[in-house]
Ligand binder design. Structure first.
Ligand code: UTP
Length: 292
């Protein structure tokens, strides 16, 4: 069966980023670098690699720098070119004209509300969602969203990335009530956002990659506040289970929760250690530092 292609991706970037204050007082969390590229760049690259054409950014007050980041930095680029500088580091930062949409969530009412703000741009197509502070590292050329699109092409419907974490971490996440597993696909029987300690139906969490059918927007329109007093995407998805197909996709790769300080530092270290220009230096430094 042919399923409608996934052409659009939503990047919700309107959150307050309080766990990174004061760094995020004036700089959006999504522009914090992992080594030398901002988090949002990795997420956009991941979407592009999966064949997604239109990037929809749900931003908020104080997030204007994200829009500038994906534009041409005209004065700086002209000056650097005149000075004979190599500008290849900027490849991938300019989005195709007309293929980026920036819209605002006026109040940070929750992830579900942020997604709903993009309803008119999404229209009646299935779409992807990527949370940029979740840094997903697949093998080169086979990122998380690409793996999810491959799964979608087989089964269609709604798909969420599914990730195992230690049971004690489940109260921080959306959690899957899993059914039968078949290869990378797990049937989803239920979803619960931030379960109380000991109440999670499994240790399979939602790490921030989704492919959803447009009907979820209708549900979000009237979605009541849930965990943390926020309008939760997980709750809206949960009420579609049974009416539409829902699967979890096990991601082949590594995930760094860059919304947390520990995860962010781990991502920087891991990437730096892999880099030809930095790996040896950082390895030596870390060895000396650990021996102190
Ligand atoms: P988080 O739960 O990580 O919240 O949101 P946050 O505000 O970014 O960070 P902390 O917890 O205060 O440190 C998950 C994702 O949902 C987006 C965030 O930008 C992030 O990508 N989000 C969250 C919104 O776009 N709007 C919201 O109202 C809430």
């Amino acid at each position: 069966m042919i399923h409608k292609p996934i052409r659009k991706a939503i990047f919700p970037v309107a959150g307050l980023g309080t766990r990174f204050l004061p760094a995020t007082k004036a700089v959006p969390k999504e522009l914090l670098p992992v080594v030398d590229r901002p988090l949002i760049q990795y997420a956009v690259d991941e979407a592009r690699e999966a064949g997604i054409e239109q990037m929809i950014f749900v931003t908020g007050r104080g997030k204007g720098a994200i829009e500038d980041y994906f534009d041409i930095a005209f004065e700086s680029e002209v000056t650097q070119r005149e000075r004979g500088k190599d500008l290849s580091a900027l490849d991938g930062t300019r989005l195709l004209p007309g293929r980026a949409v920036f819209l605002r969530q006026q109040e940070p009412l929750g992830l579900g509300h942020a997604i709903w703000c993009a309803r008119d741009i999404v229209g009646d197509e299935p779409f992807a969602i990527l949370l940029p502070d979740e840094f997903m590292r697949g093998a080169p050329g086979n990122g998380c969203m690409k793996q999810m699109v491959a799964a979608y092409e087989k089964v269609g419907g709604n798909l969420v990335c599914a990730l195992e974490v230690p049971m004690e971490e489940t109260p921080n996440y959306g959690v899957i009530d899993p059914g039968a597993r078949d290869g990378v696909l797990t049937e989803i029987k239920g979803l619960v956002e931030k379960p109380a300690p000991g109440a999670a139906p499994s240790n399979l969490i939602l790490p921030g990659r989704y492919i959803l059918q447009p009907e979820v927007m209708k549900i979000l329109e009237t979605q009541e506040k849930g965990a943390g007093g926020e309008i939760q995407l997980t709750d809206a998805m949960a009420s579609l289970i049974g009416k539409q197909s829902f699967h979890g996709v096990t991601f082949d790769g590594r995930r760094f929760d860059c919304g947390s300080k520990a995860g962010y530092i781990e991502a920087n270290l891991s990437l730096a250690l892999e880099r030809e220009d930095l790996g040896d230096h950082i390895r030596r430094f870390a060895t000396e530092e650990l021996a102190r």
